[in-house]
Write a protein that binds this ligand. Structure first.
Ligand code: CA
Length: 227
């Protein structure tokens, strides 16, 4: 796991560095805000430990710019000696995920680093994959066995939900809600769209991935042994 420490106090930075290194983390350190921001935007970190008071741009500003410019959400723990409520609120408004007041126990910092990195790992990745079918939620690219598949927005939403919930039976109502929320069309609409989705995703290929579970709903799986 990669950690960035942005802290201008060398003693504090060094003690955090040493402690986290013994726990097996890979660590970079920056002494000022601009260097920290540059590293945060160009390298891949799991968690950033960020001091509030920094030369150059301060922690609040760094965090704000990071939230604006980073392509993904990187968890930030803000450190500060100033323990007023105002600073704390400022830190959270700029997008920090957690907060520690100096002096703090290194053990507590490590526990929070671990908790934050785990929380972020639970956020679903933008790339979904079931068997040879792949869908990218950011670029809206859908491929199967190397072939590009074109889907309209409704079919894309349908397939995204199915791929986010693979190998289990999904009720018709659940699918309808995922696509239309509370503005559900008449009951045949889902059937029609599913049929179109199968034409695009299953028909040209050897093995079907979308399965009807009669009387229950639908299931997306590449495990045909279950049929
Ligand atoms: Ca400082």
């Amino acid at each position: 796991m990669n950690i960035l420490i942005v802290e201008d106090n060398q003693d504090i930075a060094a003690s955090i560095y040493d402690y986290l290194e013994t726990l097996g983390y890979t660590i970079d350190a920056a002494r000022d805000g601009l260097t920290g921001l540059h590293l945060a935007l160009t390298k891949d970190y799991d968690v950033i430990i960020l001091d509030l008071g920094l030369p150059g741009i301060d922690g609040t500003e760094l965090c704000r710019r990071l939230r604006q410019d980073a392509k993904r959400l990187i968890p930030v723990i803000m450190l500060t000696a100033r323990d007023s409520l105002e600073n704390k609120l400022e830190g959270f408004q700029s997008g920090a995920d957690d907060y520690l007041i100096k002096p703090f126990a290194l053990k507590e910092l490590a526990a929070r680093v671990k908790a934050l990195s785990e929380r972020i790992r639970r956020i679903p990745p933008s790339q979904l994959q079931i068997g040879d079918l792949a869908l990218n939620m950011e670029t809206h690219d859908v491929h199967r066995a190397g072939k590009h598949i074109n889907l309209n927005p409704i079919l894309f939403r349908l397939l995204t939900f199915l791929m986010q919930n693979p190998h289990r039976v999904i009720k018709r109502e659940e699918l309808e809600y995922a696509v239309w929320q509370d503005n559900r069309p008449d009951s045949d609409a889902l059937r029609t769209h599913l049929s179109n989705l199968r034409q695009a995703v299953d028909k040209p290929f050897e093995r079907p991935l979308i399965h009807t579970v009669r009387g229950f709903g639908y299931k997306l799986t590449d495990n045909n042994a279950e049929d």
